[in-house]
Design a binder for this molecule. Sequence first.
Ligand SMILES: Cc1ncc(C[n+]2csc(CCOP(=O)(O)OP(=O)(O)O)c2C)c(N)n1
Length: 340
Amino acid sequence: MTAARPRRPRSRETLPDYLLSEQQLEDMYYYMLLSRRLSERMMALQRQGRAAFVIAGAGQEAAQVGAAMALKKGTDYLAPYYRDLGMNLVYGMDAREAMLNLLGKRDDPNSFGRQMPSHWGNAARRVVTQSSVVATQLLHAAGIGLAAKLSNDPIVVLTCCGEGSTSRGDFHEALNFASIHRLPVIFYIQNNGFAITERTEKEMAVENVADRARAYNMQSAVVDGMDCVAVYQTVRPAVDQARRGGGPFLIEAKCYRLWPHSSDDDDTRYRPRKELEEWAKKDPLVLFRARVETDGIFPREDLDEIEARVEEEVRDAVQWALMQPDPAPEDALGYVYKEL
Ligand SMILES: Cc1ncc(C[n+]2csc(CCOP(=O)(O)OP(=O)(O)O)c2C)c(N)n1
């Protein structure tokens, strides 16, 4: 570890071009980077045979972190999908917890080792536990939105899925219901171009997921999901409006999945390397860093310092989590049935 150098305190004043403060921009970079570095180590652990399965959000960090930062943490509900490590980090998960979850350890608060990795859930943080069946969380979100409306609770629910999942009935039922009842739900779709091996044009006949909102008389927006600031600036007004009773919103973040679907598939069989190289130039972490550096928001050394902090947190988390206990076989039914 290098000795900490004194640095200028971060301002909490809003910067006009960003609609975010220096402190929020630092947080953005930190969460995006933490998500990526954790995922890299997770993939390495899986390749070493220490983790069963990894499904990551590489390429979607901006889409996730920018959207989660638009919510009131601890007040607004999050009904995420499996790639949403970045969102969970914003919502209070730390590196150690992320590794407990990956390794299915006894003390992972998401499911205490019952679910597969990346099946998030934390009642205290208002992160809704999720099913492996894609898009079911959208209906849960509509239900929470209805409860909030009936009890005049000024909360918002943000729920996520990939664009492929929007071809399931659950998506359409959830949007229809939320729109009829003007529920405070943000349907946030991370369009990463693929549903496993299938491209978007094989998943739907419209160009944008956002186009589907018209069928439900719902407001919608498309945003560049590789740009964290743009994401925040799009999601935040929709959240504020929903909180004021303005009804649901469908937001499509156009992004790109930089890695295979999961640790268990070979993406060289369904996408050319050239395409991947082109998209890698728009890596959200690289874009963000370049922008804040060019605009003179942070000196390079500050960004390097965040990188070093993240590396250290990830290193510590892996070492620590590997030594934590697995669930005991005799407790297999715990957390599954209320009473045995
Ligand atoms: C109802 C259902 N069908 C199929 C699957 C298998 N499956 C898991 S992830 C996935 C792809 C979903 O693609 P998309 O919604 O675009 O999200 P992405 O993984 O690309 O982020 C599929 C088909 C599933 N989990 N649930």
